[in-house]
Design a protein around this ligand. Structure first.
Ligand SMILES: Cc1cc2nc3c(=O)[nH]c(=O)nc-3n(C[C@H](O)[C@H](O)[C@H](O)COP(=O)(O)OP(=O)(O)OC[C@H]3O[C@@H](n4cnc5c(N)ncnc54)[C@H](O)[C@@H]3O)c2cc1C
Length: 391
């Protein structure tokens, strides 16, 4: 079962790999590094790791052009939206995931899709300034039905893909009422689709981030922002469940990105340790360096197995919440540890931006935060193991 994941993903990954490579070359003028399958490595692994090794998407200044080039590559493919989501694992695949969840999104968005000559990006608006881990507790955004329109008020924080030139829609989680719960009334959360440019939606400037600079992350505010009642995604009150399901899948994607980063650290360190000399020897001859690289390789390998296992369960239609949380936890940890060790192996050069390990170092940390922090993953795993939930 474990290895079926490669066969199931193969169509998506081959198409994506080719389109991605062409778009990358068109925009940057150079080939995508480490793209070709090597020594029998499966395509799914190669594509995910390639994405991570090249930055989340491409280099910062290339983002709009790159996205458009990629979009063109998919322009006449029916799966272009899903593929685009997959192409930007760190930047979320809200639209694709939501579309898969409900199947209704296409009709709501048809106008937006058609009006966009090439493609659009979707954003996933769950987090608010008051709390990303405690989502129902920290949520303040409301949507009230007024005739045949939703009127949305509130603010969302850290929303990826929300302000690009081709952002088409934001899936916004909002409180739409209350429902009876075991401990009294609890918020009813629904997902409402807000097309970009809707009056009342304000998209703030991009955050200045430590890493993941290629992705577009912004604060959004909604002031009496009106959208048609039909923009409710799926069933009213199912919003939280929808987002939780997306997050379970997203954790596997983040784990895959983390494995790519962790493996990139191994590859770069190995090459550098063979050529960098100190005290008359290549530093790779010293056991201290060898042990570091051996540990790094072991971390990348075990993290890879963890995300393969979670992905295989997901694709087989089996419950995978625990495995996704475990994969995300260990893989992001591996990425962070490997980035620290690789930077150390590179010495002063590791701290320079022109070497990839410097970017690995900056980009690793978000993997322990986004899509649920490491603490949240531990909470989920503990719950899945039957331990009581305090919150
Ligand atoms: C670059 C970037 C992109 C993002 N993109 C998106 C996006 O597209 N859409 C979106 O909706 N969100 C997005 N996020 C938000 C992200 O999901 C949240 O930042 C994350 O879930 C953590 O929430 P928080 O920042 O509010 O931290 P908090 O929830 O305030 O947590 C602070 C600390 O407390 C810990 N903590 C909280 N509760 C507990 C507990 N019960 N036990 C132990 N420790 C606890 C956390 O683990 C963390 O260490 C993005 C964030 C970043 C940085």
């Amino acid at each position: 079962m474990l290895w079926n994941v490669d066969r199931t993903l193969v169509d998506v990954t081959i198409v994506l790999r080719d389109a991605y490579a062409a778009a990358f070359r068109e925009v940057t003028g150079r080939p995508l590094v480490r793209l070709a399958p090597a020594r029998g490595r499966p395509d799914s692994e190669v594509i995910f790791e390639t994405l991570a090794l090249n930055g989340v998407v491409a280099e910062d200044d290339h983002l709009p052009a790159f996205t458009e080039a990629l979009a063109r590559a998919f322009a006449d493919r029916r799966d272009r939206i899903a593929a685009q989501g997959r192409a930007m694992p760190g930047a979320r695949e809200a639209l694709a995931a939501v579309a898969r969840l409900e199947g209704t999104v296409q009709s709501v968005l048809t106008g937006t899709i058609r009006s966009n000559a090439v493609l659009m990006l979707g954003a996933f608006g769950l987090t608010e300034a008051g709390g990303g881990s405690d989502v129902p507790g920290g949520m303040r955004t409301t949507a009230v039905l007024d005739g045949d329109e939703w009127v949305i008020n509130g603010t969302k924080a850290f929303i990826t893909n929300s302000g690009t030139a081709i952002t088409g829609v934001i899936a916004v989680a909002a409180i739409t009422g209350t429902r009876p719960g075991p401990d009294g009334p609890r918020p009813e959360i629904s997902t409402i689709l807000v097309p970009s440019g809707t009056p009342g939606l304000t998209v703030s400037r991009k955050y200045s981030k430590v890493g993941w600079n290629a992705s577009d992350t912004r604060e959004l505010s909604f002031t009496d922002c009106r959208v048609p009642a039909a923009n409710l995604l799926g069933e009213r009150g199912r919003g939280y469940a929808q987002f939780l399901q997306i997050l379970d899948e997203g954790r596997i994607a983040i784990a895959a990105v983390a494995v790519g980063l962790a493996q990139g650290c191994v590859d770069e360190s190995l090459a550098y340790a063979k050529q960098r000399r100190a005290f008359g020897h290549a530093i790779g001859e010293y056991q201290a360096i060898q042990f570091k690289i051996a540990d790094m390789a072991a971390r990348a390998h075990t993290a890879r197995l963890a995300y393969y296992h979670a992905a295989a369960k997901m694709l087989a239609g089996e419950p995978f919440k625990k495995e996704a949380a475990m994969a995300k936890l260990v893989a992001s940890n591996a990425a962070m540890d490997n980035a620290r060790d690789a930077t150390q192996i590179f010495g002063g050069y590791g701290f320079m931006n022109e070497y990839p390990v410097g970017r690995f170092y900056r980009d690793a940390k978000i993997l322990e935060i986004g899509e649920g922090t490491s603490e949240v993953q531990r909470m989920l795993i503990a719950r899945e193991l039957g331990l009581p939930a305090l919150c």
